[in-house]
Design a protein. Sequence first.
Length: 307
Amino acid sequence: MYIAMNESLTRGREIMEILPQDIRKLMFNIDFDEAEELRLIAGKPLAVRFSDGIYYLSRKAVLVNNVINAVTVTARHMEELIERITKSSLYSVQNEIRSGYITIDGGHRVGLAGTAVTENGTVEFIKNISAVNIRLAHERKGAAEPVIGAVAKDGLKSALIVSPPGAGKTTMLRDMARSLSYKGYSVAIADERCELAAMYNGKSPFDLGNMTSVLDNCPKAQAMLMLLRSMSPEVIITDEIGTAEDAEAVRNIMNSGVAVMASIHGRDIGQLMQRRCIKNLVSLFDVVVTLSRRGGAGTIEEIKENV
């Protein structure tokens, strides 16, 4: 119990540090261990998502299920929030902002929406930020056990986690790394978005096991191949694949006798197989796991072998 409370307090502190001051003083009752995301939109009530629905922060520092007396996010709140998220230096996180999000300490992903500044058809920056979605990173030890039973049976198999946004794919991969590492496998994580392992000063806040090495802030296709050459892994884990470069890297790694555990955005296998560019990528994996939010984030809908 003490450990769980300590982890929850740490997660709460990481979130509290980026919130505007007059909102922060109303958030002390929030259970950050159960909260999934905070959504702040200028001119709208502050919303907090849990597995059982969306609640709103009231002026009495409690969560309610309607917007009456809810705290409204102001333009000043947004300015202070962005200043805290970027640590007063938009330039230092410019590359992340181009992708529409910033990953903060603890692996929490802060999504941004506003006015895109483009050059030659490429997004260079997002200005006039009017909406922020803070997705809380969680550690759910044991969440991957049903999947581990399939991938570690009769030798290590490659697995693809199919999941819509917010359904727990990153949490699942994180627990797969932990479990496989403690089972004695050499694990390597290619963490392009600095979210899966959430390294800070060379250390992850999550328990990734004793045999897990991490390469972060590097394009995943390149990172996977670098880890293959440098860390002698038995399994490489990465999040959100989907490009032709990702597919080629996965194929090369598997041909080298190393298993790959990865995730991809999608509702289910059927939907993915209708996308020609993705179909061949899916077929590379021995096991495909489908997640949903039906029973809360991380609900395993199907574990399909030899697809």
